[in-house]
Design a binder for this molecule. Sequence first.
Ligand SMILES: [Zn+2]
Ligand SMILES: [Zn+2]
Ligand SMILES: [Zn+2]
Ligand SMILES: [Zn+2]
Length: 481
Amino acid sequence: MEQLQASLQARGLSVSNLPDKGRSLVTTKDFYPGEVIISQEPYVFVPNNSLTESSCDGCFSKSNLKKCSACQVVWYCGSTCQKLEWKLHRLECQALAKLDKERRKSVTPTIRMMVKLYLRRKLQSERVIPVTAIDNYNLVEQLVSHMLDIDEKQLVLYAQMANLVNLILGCPDIDIKEIAENFSKIACNAHTICDSELRPLGTGLYPVISIINHSCLPNSVLVFEGRLAVVRAVQHIPKDAEILISYIETATSTITRQKTLKEQYLFTCTCPCCIKVGQHDDIQESAILEGYRCRDNRCSGFLLRESDDKGFVCQQCGLTRNKEEIRKKSRDIKALLDKAPKSTSSGNPQDAMILYKNIEKLQKEVCHPFSISLMRTWEKLHEILVQLEEWKEALTFCRLTIPVYERVYPGFHPLLGLQYYSCGKLEWLLLGETDDAIKSLTKAVDILRITHGTNTPFMKELLMKLEEARAEASYTLSCKE
Ligand SMILES: [Zn+2]
Ligand SMILES: [Zn+2]
Ligand SMILES: [Zn+2]
Ligand SMILES: [Zn+2]
């Protein structure tokens, strides 16, 4: 712990025990927007591989993959990644190779995380892998497990998984209870590793990053460069303030956010957004994000349930919407949405487009214009139309999402930056929209520069696109003159 404090002190950070929160990461100096607060390599990590999709165990690449010939479980993109991972995989490989074929199929990414955790501990205790202040098993031991809050069913599942891990490791001296507790630690503390566009790649355990608590209105953001976790400030954070990131998708009502945090992370959020639950502003915001629209199409009021429960009343113009009418349309939407997963994965984007356009039509009759469900449909249509190379229409739906994004992802939020980037790319592609492309790409750069830094290949590509668009615009201008 002293070593960790000393190492953090050098970065302007400290671990404090805050009332009601437990361990927290606190600043001992000022941090400014875009500044890296802390970065960490994972203690252990695994790609999200399934029976149908694989990626490299070192870098998550999906191309040129070759299976490790000895264990037949792990994939590599080439010898560089294989060599880098060999110290740990050598032991894992021996253990996996001993399993029969059927058993090997039950080795999920979560089971592998646990196997790797114990093997890494072993290698560090034997000094085969070096130990540092921010890279050691003691930090894993200090993570919260919330064992007392877990229900019986989950405990049984963890015990079964622990048995399998023990069987793979082949060391009967490791305590099953301890392995089960570590599964709970992983569930509460592990992070989903995403690419620069926030698409999930794998899972990693970052014991120092795990000290950082959650807020629905955070002052920092966690992004990944490969498997390196990087936390950046998204606003000015003064000395002696707590570093906070968001653990969840925040584009929901307060009640939905609180439910997710309770179920997934077993705590009740008391951030400045959450303590407003039940207050007028919060009720209004929830009714906009997850509620219905006014019967009068020109009215942008939000609706609340009438006290006699007959319908929903617009809080702006007083018109009532019939409960049955809303219920029927909602059922129709649900029926269409239930068909959706099948139609998008079946590989016919044309069918998916028709389906989602029908969903959009119904949602527009029921949902508030700033509704999250409607926003999700627009995202889906944008995605499908890009697949169909219908750029112009794809842009229309991408643009529709922007005002909702601005509302639900305030400030420097990576998702808002990425959505501006998508808009800018489409505008750039559709010749003749160069000025709009410059505007969108500039907005994307303004946000992503803060959340992603400027040094990654992803950001270099974005900056280059903006340069090209600017050059094109000034060339067009000089031709006109
Ligand atoms: Zn690789
Ligand atoms: Zn192997
Ligand atoms: Zn909150
Ligand atoms: Zn109204």
